[in-house]
Ligand binder design. Structure first.
Ligand code: SAH
Ligand code: DHB
Ligand code: MG
Length: 221
């Protein structure tokens, strides 16, 4: 069992359960054409995030790590008409490509892209007294994961759902001695989650077109 079959099953699920999606197909084409790395969530994962946000009844969503806005658009689609989404991105080129994709998808007035280092943007949001978010998706630079969790918690309330991408990394997460700063970032995230009485959490491993990886899921008590 390996990559080829994981990709085939993912394609089968997507063909079965996800309606033809010319807008998101164009998003992925635009991202690739603009030279962005192909590290957007997979379509079935994007719809999974969309459904989680819907189940939560999210009206305010926070995303950390925009890239070209592929996951942003999936999440924005879960919002009610008066909902809003703030997404944090450090790379101006990524933010520019995302703005175009988000505009084409019809969410320019729903999504605010905040350009800058996400730890700073999180501190700014807190300082501005931003209303709490109902759903948070953490998917930026992995070494800062625990800092992002901390920042997200300051912008949360009871019932807020926090999802973190890429917590398995081909299984490297179990290597306590890993010299990879991204793996250590994920391990600090788990330590932080485990040690926080406000969080009720689990994690799931995934396979698919993006390889072997996984999501952490937490709810604020
Ligand atoms: N969520 C996107 C993928 C995000 S990829 C999707 O699934 O479609 C990770 C993104 O985080 C990249 O665009 C990268 O530029 C951004 N990033 C990396 N370090 C960051 C930082 N310190 N602050 C904010 N964004 C950062
Ligand atoms: C990386 C980041 C991601 O968000 C992802 O989904 C896959 C890989 C990375 O930085 O390598
Ligand atoms: Mg990711």
């Amino acid at each position: 069992m390996s990559q080829e079959i994981w990709t085939a099953v993912e394609r089968y699920f997507a063909q079965s359960l996800i309606a033809a999606d010319p807008i998101q197909e164009e998003t992925l084409r635009t991202n690739a054409g603009s030279g962005l790395p192909g590290i957007d969530v997979a379509p079935s994962e994007g719809k999974f995030l969309h459904l989680l946000a819907k189940i939560r009844g999210a009206r305010r969503i926070l995303e950390i790590g925009t890239l070209g806005g592929y996951s942003t658009i999936w999440l924005a689609r879960a919002l009610p008409a008066d909902g809003s989404l703030v997404t944090l991105e450090v790379d101006p080129k990524h933010a520019e490509v995302a703005a175009a994709n988000i505009g084409r998808a019809g969410f320019s007035s729903v999504v605010e892209i905040r350009l800058g280092a996400a730890l700073e943007s999180l501190a700014n949001l807190a300082a501005e007294g931003a209303a709490p978010f109902d759903f948070v998706f953490i998917d930026a630079d992995k070494p800062n994961n625990s800092g992002y969790l901390e920042g997200a918690l300051r912008l949360s309330r009871p019932g807020t759902v926090i999802v973190v991408d890429n917590v398995v990394r081909d299984g490297e997460v179990v290597d306590a001695e890993s010299g990879d700063a991204r793996v250590q970032g994920v391990r600090r995230l788990f330590a932080r989650m485990a040690g926080d009485a406000r969080l009720d959490a689990t994690a799931l491993q995934t396979v698919g077109s993006k390889g072997y990886d996984g999501f952490a899921l937490a709810v604020v008590r």
